[in-house]
Design a protein around this ligand. Sequence first.
Ligand code: KIV
Length: 273
Amino acid sequence: MSTYTASDPRKVTTRRLAEMKAKGEKIAMLTAYDYSMATLIDQAGMDVILVGDSASNVMAGNTTTLPITLDQMIYHAKSVMKGVKRALVVCDLPFGTYQGNSLEALASAIRIMKESHAEAVKLEGGEEVIESVRRILSAGIPVMGHLGLTPQSINKFGTYNVRAREEAEAEKLIADARMLQDAGCFALVLEKIPAQLATRVSAELDIPTIGIGAGGGCDGQVLVMHDMLGINQGFSPRFLRRYADLATTITDAVGSYITDVKSTSFPNEKEQY
Ligand code: KIV
């Protein structure tokens, strides 16, 4: 039984997210990568579903988000879109599809919108990618920014530690956040930065901030579905709250099935024709 009922049953739009920020209503965002899970997450009342490039890790088993391709992201987003009625669906632009030049970025974003029917794109970075952001927005495609820990730059950072603890990096993040807002981004993910900094950015911006490991001062929160459902057991950062232990539920259920098959208790007479 779901314990949550969305107060507004209408389709979530970027405009609605702006209204939520204005009213102080927190925004819930979660990742999904396939039809079945997206259907359940949408039915539970999620505001935003992110087809994250974390699919590279949790779906494809890669150690970073870098290998996932545009075709693979479109495949995931297309599957998610078939299950979603209410949530706003945002799809990540994968590494290497928007940093090179803004025309390539626009072409990548157009492919996502045309082929998957996702409703917005997300990309990582500030000033370095601002031309791409502006070009995509000029085609009427909503863009969500992503600052702080940007996993596509893991080879530059060298770690997944908290970002922007030092003043210079914090100042750059604030300037980047303003630049993304001024360019026309409708929202901004803030990943793994000090809560105080995220609170300040959220207060200074008119657009909503969605935090992950960035504290309660953000206008919303996002988690990776496999992490919060306890499917991905090996990942337990301080910011993660687990809402289920599906790894145990699934291995127990699968173990019972194997036992039943081996012992010939499945199928029984009622389970055959
Ligand atoms: O790819 C992803 O899942 C993300 C979230 C962690 C924000 O970008």
